[in-house]
Design a protein around this ligand. Structure first.
Ligand code: ARG
Length: 258
């Protein structure tokens, strides 16, 4: 009898829990309309986000689509300049920002970040015959970066701090444009995240990635500061996807181990 009662209570509690965890998207209007989670990104960053025809695909898109589905939400991707993403999340124009976005102290002042879903590093791309062999050789050269990325922030900071002398930073709207400029001999090196670097080097003749990496970092999902409800739900689903291998499956689909 008591057991039965407990079971009932447990059921009610579980149901309430489930309701709570789906609350974000069930729509409070009662008309059954689902909320749409808008993901802000910059879709020139393979394999995390890039265009395949009209569609934006990639690791980040699949991760967020899976999270949205588990939350019972519809899902939509909004492509924008990389340095507009934080603002879009902060202003509520977007619910989340996923863009191979590195967690930094500075960004944490404006948004909250989920648990990390990937690690990465900044690498240096140079022409095959370049004299640049390591980060120590970045003096008296022109270095291309994507505007507002950690590559930009680190290199600009290092030049300002006098770590590198006689060098300048060339900021591009996308990593691809920076790499194009490199192939045209307009700049001497590009600093960018490892996986996009691999894709760009594969697609363009005469380039290589230096063995020595520049900085290590963690990617995470940005949400509006203080939106702990959404953040908790995202972290919960992320943990589940790490646990059941779903996250790794998505990554493996786009990145082959070398
Ligand atoms: N990880 C770097 C950063 O957070 C670069 C990200 C660029 N992402 C993109 N989708 N373009 O600054």
């Amino acid at each position: 009898m008591i057991m039965k009662y407990f079971k009932k209570v447990l059921c009610v509690m579980l149901a309430a829990l489930m309701l709570a965890s789906f609350a974000a998207c069930s729509g409070n209007s009662g008309d059954g309309a689902k909320k749409t989670l808008v993901m802000a990104t910059n879709a020139y960053f393979p394999p995390y986000e890039y265009y395949e025809g009209q569609d934006i695909v990639g690791i980040d898109v699949e991760i967020m689509a899976a999270i949205a589905e588990k939350m019972g939400c519809d899902f939509e991707v909004a492509d924008m300049e990389f340095d507009s993403i934080i603002n879009a999340v902060d202003s509520g124009k977007a619910d989340v920002g996923l863009a191979g976005m590195t967690v930094t102290e500075d960004r944490l002042k404006n948004v909250d970040f989920s648990d990390s879903y990937a690690t990465s590093k900044q690498v240096i791309i140079v022409p095959e015959d370049s004299k640049i062999a390591s980060p120590d050789d970045l003096n008296n050269v022109k270095i291309g970066v994507q505007l507002g990325t950690t590559g930009d922030i680190y290199i600009s900071g290092d030049i300002e701090d006098g770590v590198y002398t006689g060098s300048s930073v060339e900021q591009y709207n996308s990593g691809m444009e920076a790499v194009l400029s490199l192939t045209q001999g307009k700049i001497d090196a590009v600093v960018i995240d490892e996986q996009p670097a691999k894709v760009f080097v594969e697609k363009n003749e005469g380039l290589k990635i230096l063995d020595a990496e520049y900085v290590e970092e963690e990617y995470a999902i940005a949400v509006k500061k203080g939106n702990t409800e959404l953040l908790d739900q995202i972290n919960e689903v992320l943990a589940e996807m790490k646990e059941n291998g779903e996250l790794q499956q998505i990554i493996d689909k786009y990145i082959t181990a070398d």
